[in-house]
Design a protein around this ligand. Sequence first.
Ligand code: SF4
Length: 363
Amino acid sequence: MNPATVNTGPSTDDRAAGGGAPFLDVRDLSVRFSTEDGPVQAVDGLSFSLERGRTLGIVGESGSGKSVTSLAVLGLHDRARTRVGGSIRLDGVELVGADEARLRGLRGSRMAMVFQDALTALSPYYSVGDQIAETYRRHTRCSRRAAGERAVQMLALVGIPSPQTRAKDYPHQFSGGMRQRVMIAMALCCDPDLLIADEPTTALDVTVQAQILELLAEVQQQFHTSIVLITHDLGVIAGIADDVLVMYAGRSVEHGSVTQVLAEPRHPYTRGLLESVPRLDSAVDVPLKPVPGSPPSLLAVPGGCAFHPRCQSRAQLPDDLCGRLRPELVAEGGHAVACHLSAADPLATPESNDTRRNQGTTP
Ligand code: SF4
């Protein structure tokens, strides 16, 4: 892909006040694995950016490339079997191709992750206090005593009652919501600038889910942390994110502010996701409409638009255009969509569509 010819989304330039490079800038990211069944292109030409203190929600079904993207940012992929291309810059520092020692230095101190399943991510053999203290000591080389005090301080910050006592408890002695708080405490103990939360509320009931989201928002306000929130739940995105990136089969299909994407979705996949969640703001019962079919295997992504086998809007375009030609991501007013129905002329190049838009000859 030639980045010069493709508008890769509503980047920073559209919204950043004062210009300058964004805090997290991902350009044309590709992640490819080798598997026993063949190569898998898990992420393909993905671009997005994030400013300090803002939250980007990445949504999509399982297998859309959301979690792989976050692992690539943190450099946590299996290096022997994975090829990462493109660019990931954190505060101007290039992470693609950086050696493991450098990434290890950045993980925890400048960027951290809250994993999906706290019970698996935490070690059952150590108390939660020891696990938080260990993370802190590794990056600050402080004394054991200072690290222990930090662990208690962090448990208090995330709302664990009696933190001094609970720091001595083991993960299995906590409820699911409390374990997720411990994970957030561990991720935040070194004051990272970037927090990636991968489905942090999936296994939790709605009340605890709301508490965890509130906690993330409070933490962000207090520390001006940038957050990438990965989820399949659009309700979670609506509650906390500033911007939304919708992924399908490893690519971005829609990208913009929460208002643009959730209130005026342009991509049929985004509309399908929205129609499949219950609406509590409607006086009448709106029947749920699931997106037909299932996401494609990344071993055999359909040609043309990867969504075309499931898309009910494709009939609006002639000559099986959607099955033949992959739509480029084209942005207008900070709202980027990869769908032929949104392009001024699907057969034109991205530049000619841009030119026509600038001349006001297209809607
Ligand atoms: Fe549907 Fe065609 Fe748009 Fe793809 S490009 S989302 S198949 S209308």
